[in-house]
Design a protein around this ligand. Structure first.
Ligand SMILES: [Zn+2]
Length: 431
């Protein structure tokens, strides 16, 4: 297979830049727009687009008010015969789209890093709990298997609350408490593992389709201020010329099918606004090896500038309560019902994701020595003594007057709220 040559090739940014430099200006401009998350349009690109402007809104300077508050000095100035306001507006819009695309990718990268470490640390917790159940509580392998099999449907929140109530009244033997507590924790961790594994798969797929997409013709036309029809034709030509130039640059010799695959990948699926969660299938991810896909993968592997901070999108954004929830989510302590409530918004909010990721890194849950995880699980499963429960209640009461949202957090070790459906809503929501 002649395409094998291209699979072994290590593409660099140097190759890509050389191939783009060999193109005609019109195709160079288009290429940098198709690769906008990784490339800044040059001043020449901006001038090229500004000269071509067609839309009347643009000529009237409609967009400049957004960019520069209608600065009249800019309006009058001309550079090489092009009004400076046109240049400013083109650049402004390109940067805006670039920022949106970059934020989307940065968010997905952050999520993937978080989920990967989360699952790594969680596996250790699962192993530690299983070990304690068999050594300290003398549970047989069969009983462990039963726990595992029932994890999906077990009413964990209810069981944990009941266990906590019995401990509070000292109605349970220490040994029984430990066994029950560890069993419930084991099942809660197994459920978490399923949930987060699925989330990781989903976000990997989202990133995959994000890399396989570029801006739609409509958005490209909006940046260029030209018609969609002319963009469509240019996109195809630009990709064809680029692939040919890249083949020459890297001295590859793909066959006709390999070339067609690269061109198709370049024209390929088009992303609406750069932030849509579309086209996610359950198919396994296969990294494409054509020259266009390799171009994108090479560029996407480079570090990306951090997005500009935006306010948190949560209704309770910025409160201590939310920060505490995120912290306990990072360390496997947030209840499933609470987690489900905040998760969708959290994954969309770059602010909260950053908090989540830092909490995870600070706590060092990934890559901890196993003995440490084991010790912590053992301590957690010890029956709380009456005095400790009373002291915690007092503390929680005092805290409630100060910060109402912290109470759950302070009582968590005693209510044991770490997973489960609430109120028997059925088992279909556990993952
Ligand atoms: Zn947020």
């Amino acid at each position: 297979m002649t395409t094998a040559a291209s699979t072994q090739l290590t593409l660099t940014r140097g190759h890509i830049d050389t191939a783009i430099a060999a193109l005609q200006p019109v195709h160079r401009v288009m290429l940098r727009l198709l690769l906008l998350p990784y490339m800044d349009p040059t001043p020449e690109d901006i001038a090229f687009m500004a000269q071509e402007r067609k839309e009347p809104n643009m000529r009237a300077g409609g967009y400049v008010s957004q960019a520069f508050g209608g600065n009249t000095a800019i309006r009058r100035e001309k550079i090489n015969g092009v009004p400076k306001e046109w240049l400013v507006a083109v650049e402004y819009r390109a940067k805006e789209f670039q920022a949106r695309l970059r934020e989307h990718q940065a968010r997905l990268n952050l999520l993937i890093a978080f989920y990967s470490d989360y699952l790594e640390g969680l596996q250790q917790e699962i192993d530690a709990t299983a070990q304690l159940l068999s050594t300290e509580c003398e549970l047989s392998q069969e009983s462990l298997d039963d726990l595992r099999a029932q994890a999906r449907v077990a009413p964990l929140t209810y069981a944990l609350k009941k266990l906590a109530a019995r401990a509070e009244k000292q109605e349970v033997e220490e040994e029984d408490y430990r066994r029950e507590r560890l069993s419930l924790e084991y099942q809660a961790h197994l459920r978490r593992h399923n949930r987060f594994k699925k989330r990781l798969e989903q976000v990997r797929q989202e990133r995959h389709s994000c890399l396989a997409s570029s801006l739609s013709d409509e958005f490209l036309a909006e940046i260029c201020g030209t018609s969609t029809g002319s963009v469509t034709g240019r996109r195809v030509k630009a990709v064809q010329h680029y692939v040919t130039a890249l083949v020459a640059t890297v001295k590859a010799s793909p066959d006709a099918a390999g070339l067609a695959a690269a061109v198709n990948a370049g024209i390929g699926s088009k992303l609406a606004g750069g932030s849509k969660n579309e086209g996610i299938s359950s198919k396994p991810l296969n990294l494409a090896v054509d020259l266009w896909s390799q171009t994108v993968q090479t560029l996407a592997a480079e570090p990306m500038p951090s997005p500009t901070p935006k306010p948190c999108a949560h209704p309770e954004g910025g409160t201590k309560g939310l920060t505490a929830k995120l912290r306990s989510a990072a360390t496997y302590e947030l209840g499933e019902d609470e987690e489900v409530k905040i998760w969708t918004l959290t994954t969309q909010c770059f602010n909260c994701l950053t908090t989540l990721r830092s909490a995870q890194q600070d706590s060092g849950v990934a890559g901890r020595p196993f003995a440490e995880v084991l010790g912590a699980a053992k301590t957690r499963a010890a029956m709380p003594h009456k005095e400790a429960i009373e002291a915690a209640k007092e503390q929680a009461k005092a805290a409630e007057e100060e910060h109402p949202l912290d109470v759950d957090e302070r009582l968590r070790p005693f209510t044991g709220d770490d997973a489960g459906q609430t109120g028997g809503r059925g088992s279909d929501r556990w993952w």
